[in-house]
Design a protein around this ligand. Structure first.
Ligand code: C5J
Length: 227
């Protein structure tokens, strides 16, 4: 077992039954000039995540931990996008509309894919999800079962939307979750702060929160997991 200093208490996990789940580090959300920025957001707030997350990802890979990436998006004919979701947001920039990096949040488009710095390696699972949560209408539960995963290290964007929804879904399904504080990001600093507080409140009501440096230190001492 491996232990990480965390809030609200030290977090213990077995690397052999742990997955690093990286939520929606997609160009549409993170690239200057992309969809996220077109909605009036400062993408620099999300981009602070890239460097620490690249460090955690490298350590997880070296330790042999299961790595899972997710992407939020829809089929080109939008048949998997509820009309209520489609109607949301700025009328000039809706899901499926042409954007600077292709049709917004549409599978197969350049903007829908994961940023180069965190590109999945061959053999890593990529979950395409139509919703905010990574369990809804996806094969994630099956993949976790196949790998005998009990614990999730969660990173990605955005903290209060897809990260939170996924952690809540995971919590209800019995997974222990550790959210890596500097590896999750929000366009809204107050949501970042409160979002992290909500995870760990009331004795880890949804999970634990730790910094990447502590996760990296713990993973660095982990003997590589063998399949
Ligand atoms: C949002 C996400 N914020 N990945 N998606 O719409 O959090």
């Amino acid at each position: 077992m491996t232990e990480i200093p965390a809030i609200p208490s030290p977090f213990t996990f077995d690397p052999a039954t742990t997955a690093l789940v990286i939520i929606d580090m997609q160009r549409d959300f993170l690239l200057p000039g992309g969809f996220g920025e077109s909605l009036g957001n400062d993408v620099a707030l999300l981009r602070t995540v890239i460097e620490p997350l690249a460090g955690v990802l490298a350590c997880a890979r070296a330790a042999g931990i299961t790595v899972i990436h997710t992407r939020e998006g829809h089929l080109p004919d939008l048949s998997d996008c509820p009309p209520a979701k489609l109607r949301r947001g700025n009328p000039s920039q809706r899901i499926g509309d042409p954007g600077r990096f292709g049709r917004i949040l549409i599978r197969g488009e350049y903007g829908h894919d994961i940023i180069d710095e965190l590109a999945p390696l061959d053999g890593e699972t990529v979950i395409d999800k139509p919703g905010k949560g990574a369990f809804y209408a996806t094969e994630l539960a099956t993949v976790l079962r196949q790998h005998s995963i009990a614990t999730l290290l969660v990173a990605g964007v955005t903290t209060e939307v897809c990260v939170h929804t996924t952690v809540r879904e995971a919590n209800d399904r019995g997974y222990e979750c550790l959210v890596v504080a500097d590896c999750v990001g929000s366009y809204f600093p107050e949501f970042q702060r409160v979002g992290l507080s909500m995870i760990a409140a009331q004795g880890a009501i949804f999970g634990w929160v730790a910094d990447s440096a502590d996760v990296i230190a713990a993973l660095g001492t982990t003997a590589p997991v063998t399949a």
